[in-house]
Ligand binder design. Structure first.
Ligand code: HEC
Length: 260
């Protein structure tokens, strides 16, 4: 009898259980039947905690209004501990601690002057927080996008379902929506996103993609150091406005070292 009741809850075949209740007593089983079968989809609290601990933008500076806290934390974990979104979408990604304006952060150790790192200590790198995920890095003629929220609070101007479409199919939704944005014609036209590792992100669960979107939506809006007007190196000068990162050289926008 016991087995029958458990089995029925899993499969949702209520009729079988109702028949069984006749022999074991209606009153004892009815409260159980009144409960809907639950789908377990819990978020690991340790990932949420870690996500908040490692976010280059501290939790108290994230816009949590109307957001699901657990999804934001998980999103940070996926963006900062797994997806390496800032490796391409922040430029420069790190600043050298105490470096002078214009030093080359990419040549340094992102954990420079932080406490000694071990396999168990919490690693907090010297992120360039003012331009976190604001894009501007070039890959040949293709420029990583600013994926912080726009004026309407939408990351790169994408709704959640548009974001999921981009991650799952590689469609350049932003450029489908606004082909006149100069970032869309910096490089040659392509059928799908060329640099974005969407074939990998494609396989994430709906819940995880939603979490990434929730985290991106909670970020402060930021502007890139390098813009389309500043240019991209391209492949042998193939990009429009071809330059070698000609933006202003400042403390939080240090120019990369010239090619060796
Ligand atoms: C290897 C570098 C790289 C990594 C890692 C990366 N991106 Fe991108 N991403 C790009 C580039 C470059 C573009 C724009 C052009 C292209 O890919 O052709 C882009 C485009 C996008 C777009 C615009 C898509 C559209 O359809 O409008 C979004 C959104 C995005 N990335 C989000 C992310 C997120 C979230 C992560 C981490 C989970 C991430 N990216 C990781 C390089 C990267």
């Amino acid at each position: 009898m016991r087995f029958g009741a458990v089995w029925s809850l899993r499969t949702g075949k209520w009729m079988g259980v109702v028949a069984l209740t006749i022999s074991i007593g209606l009153i004892s089983i009815m409260p159980v039947l009144a409960q809907p079968a639950k789908t377990k989809n819990t978020i690991s609290s340790s990932e949420v905690q870690e996500g908040f601990d490692i976010s280059p933008i501290p939790k108290n500076q994230l816009n949590m209004k109307g957001k699901n806290q657990d999804l934001v934390g998980l999103g940070s974990y996926l963006v900062n501990a797994a997806g390496d979104c800032s490796g391409c979408h922040s430029f420069p990604q790190y600043l050298g601690e105490g470096d002078k304006a214009g030093s080359n952060p990419s040549a340094g150790d992102p954990f420079e002057n932080t406490p000694p790192q071990t396999t168990t200590t919490q690693l907090v790198a010297n992120f360039n927080v003012s331009h976190y995920l604001a894009g501007g890095q070039c890959f040949g003629p293709f420029m990583a996008r600013n994926i912080t929220p726009d004026a309407n609070g939408l990351p790169e101007g994408l709704t959640e379902s548009e974001f999921v479409t981009a991650m799952r199919t590689g469609e350049d939704v932003h450029c489908t929506n606004d082909p006149t944005d100069p970032i869309c014609t910096l490089g040659p036209p392509t059928p799908v996103l060329q640099v974005m590792p969407w074939p990998t992100y494609h396989s994430m669960t709906d819940r995880d993609l939603k979490a990434i979107y929730e985290y991106l939506s909670a970020l402060p809006s930021a502007q890139p150091c390098n813009t389309v007007a500043d240019g991209c190196p391209g492949f042998s000068g193939s990009a429009k406005n071809s330059t070698t990162y000609a933006y202003t050289n400042t403390d939080d926008c240090p120019n990369p070292a010239p090619p060796q």
